[in-house]
Write a protein that binds this ligand. Structure first.
Ligand code: ADP
Ligand code: MG
Length: 412
C-alpha cells in the first residue's frame, strides 16, 4: 500500500545466533557456506553471534538493545529458539520484545519448527514471502514455581526419554530420533501419573436451515491474507521501529519483513501494574499447582501411560508429523497420550505412521488425542524425565496453558 512506501526505507537488521554444536556440529559451516553470501549480496546488515555455552543466547537476548534489531534468527535446533523465547519473556519490556520476528535456519538435529513452517507454507510460500506470522506460546509452570515459555512441546514418558537419550546420537542427524525410539522400544516401560485438561469447546453445530450468525469468528485474527495458511500480515506494533520492508531486493526472503497497516493486532494487552510496568501474561486458566483441578476440566481415568505429549506445532521433528491439523497460531494444545497395554509392534507402527501423519488413522485403541487449552500432569512414578521443547526440565507436577499468537515468526 502507499502508506508502506511512504515510510523511510532502511534495511532490516538481523541478529543471527549460531550454536556451533547443534546437529552434527555443522551450523557454522552451513552459515558461512550458504547464508553469509546471500546476506552480503542483498546488503542485509546482520550481527553474527556464535554461542559459547548453554544459555548464552538466553542471557544475551534478555539484555540486548532490541531497538537495534528487526529480527532474531537462530541457526541451530529447537533448543536455541527455546532459549531466545525465554530470554525475551524474561525482559521487563517482554510485551514489546516478544513481538520481534523470530526466524529459524535449520541447523540442528531437531528442527521441528522448521519442518512445521515448511510443511504448511510450501504451497503458498511464494505468496507469503516476507511475511511474519503469529505463533502460539505455552506458559509452563513447574513445581519449583519456575515458569517457562514453550513453542513446541511438553513431553513425559516415552517421548521425553527419547528426546534426552537420543542426544548421544546427535552426530547422525535427524535419524537420531528413530534410533532413540528403537532403543526405548526394547526397554518399553509404563509411567504412572495423573493427567487432566481443559478441553477446547467445539463451536456448537448450527441446526440445518438456520441463518448463519454474522458474528466474527472467535479467533483473534481479524484479517488474513490467505486464511488457509499460517502466515498472516501483522502490523509493526512497536513505535520505535519504523519500516521493516524490502529495500530494493529482488528475491531475498530475509529483508522483507513487510509492514502493513490494514491488519489487526493479535496479541492481547496484559494488565498494567500500578507502577506502570506490565507483567508477563497471566495464566487465567490455571489454578495454583497445589489447588484442586477445576470442575470444567476433564480428569483422565487411566493413571498408567506409555507417553503423554502436548504439542502446539504440526511437527515434533522433521519426519514426525505429529499433529496434522495443527497450525502455529490455532490457539490449541494438541494433547496426545498412549495408555499402558500397547504392544511394542503397535507403538512402533504409530511412530512409523507418524512420518506421514497417519498415526490417528491406525485405529489404535491406546492412542488418545484431545484439543485442549490447558493441562496438568502429576507424575506418580518417582523418577523420570519431562522435556519442554526437547530440553529436560525439573521432574514433578507441571501445568500449562496456551497463549494464542504471542510470538511472531518469519514464515516466508
Ligand atoms: P540440536 O538440534 O542439535 O539439539 P539445539 O539448538 O537444540 O540443537 O541445541 C542443543 C542444546 O545446546 C540446547 O540445550 C542449547 O541450549 C545448547 N547450546 C546452545 N549453544 C551452545 C553452546 N555454544 N555450547 C553448548 N551448548 C549450547
Ligand atoms: Mg535440540
Amino acid at each position: 500500500s502507499s502508506a508502506v512506501y511512504a515510510e523511510v526505507r532502511r534495511p532490516c537488521r538481523v541478529m543471527i545466533l549460531v550454536n556451533p554444536h547443534s546437529g552434527r556440529g555443522q551450523a557454522l559451516q552451513l552459515f558461512t557456506g550458504h547464508v553469509q553470501g546471500m546476506l552480503t549480496e542483498a546488503a542485509v546488515p546482520y550481527t553474527l553471534v556464535i554461542t559459547e555455552h548453554q544459555n548464552h543466547a538466553r542471557e544475551l537476548v534478555r539484555k540486548a538493545d532490541l531497538s537495534q534489531c528487526d529480527a532474531l534468527v537462530i541457526m541451530s535446533g529447537d533448543g536455541l529458539l527455546f532459549e531466545v523465547i525465554n530470554g525475551l519473556m524474561e525482559r521487563e519490556d517482554w510485551q514489546e520484545a516478544i513481538q520481534t520476528p523470530l526466524g529459524i535456519l535449520p541447523g540442528g538435529s531437531g528442527n521441528a519448527l522448521a519442518a512445521s513452517v515448511h510443511h504448511y507454507s510450501h504451497c503458498g510460500f511464494m505468496l507469503c514471502k516476507g511475511l511474519v506470522g503469529s505463533m502460539d506460546l505455552v506458559s509452563i509452570h513447574l513445581a519449583s514455581r519456575q515458569r517457562l515459555f514453550s513453542f513446541l512441546s511438553l513431553a513425559w514418558g516415552f517421548v521425553a526419554d527419547v528426546d534426552i537419550e537420543s542426544e548421544k546420537y546427535r552426530h547422525v542427524g535427524a535419524i537420531r530420533f528413530l534410533m532413540g525410539t528403537l532403543v526405548r522400544l526394547a526397554s518399553l516401560r509404563v509411567y504412572q501419573g495423573r493427567l487432566a485438561y481443559l478441553p477446547v469447546k467445539e463451536a456448537p453445530k448450527l441446526p440445518k436451515g438456520s441463518i448463519k450468525s454474522n458474528q466474527p469468528p472467535s479467533t483473534p485474527q481479524h484479517q488474513s491474507l490467505c486464511s488457509s495458511l499460517p502466515c498472516r500480515l501483522i502490523p509493526n506494533t512497536s513505535q520505535n521501529r519504523n519500516s521493516r520492508h524490502n529495500h530494493n531486493s529482488t528475491n531475498s526472503n530475509h529483508n522483507t519483513l513487510t509492514n502493513s497497516s490494514n491488519n489487526a493486532i493479535t496479541t492481547k494487552r496484559p494488565e498494567t501494574q500500578s507502577d506502570g510496568k506490565t507483567r508477563a501474561p497471566e495464566d487465567s486458566l490455571l489454578p495454583g499447582l497445589d489447588q484442586p483441578i477445576p470442575d470444567s476440566w476433564t480428569v483422565v481415568k487411566e493413571e498408567d501411560f506409555v507417553l503423554v505429549l502436548a504439542i502446539y506445532q504440526s511437527h515434533l521433528a522433521e519426519d514426525l508429523w505429529t499433529a496434522p491439523g495443527a497450525m502455529a497460531d490455532d490457539g490449541v494444545i494438541h494433547l496426545f497420550y498412549v495408555k499402558a497395554g500397547i504392544s511394542r509392534p503397535a507403538l512402533l507402527r504409530l511412530f512409523l505412521a507418524m512420518e506421514k501423519g497417519g498415526h490417528l488413522a491406525c485405529g489404535c485403541p491406546h492412542l488418545v488425542y484431545e484439543k485442549v487449552k490447558a493441562l496438568r500432569l502429576e507424575p506418580v512414578s518417582p523418577q523420570g524425565m519431562i522435556t519442554v521443547d526437547g530440553e529436560m526440565v525439573e521432574y514433578g507436577p507441571v501445568q500449562a496453558q496456551i497463549h494464542p499468537g504471542l510470538a511472531k515468526f518469519i514464515c516466508g
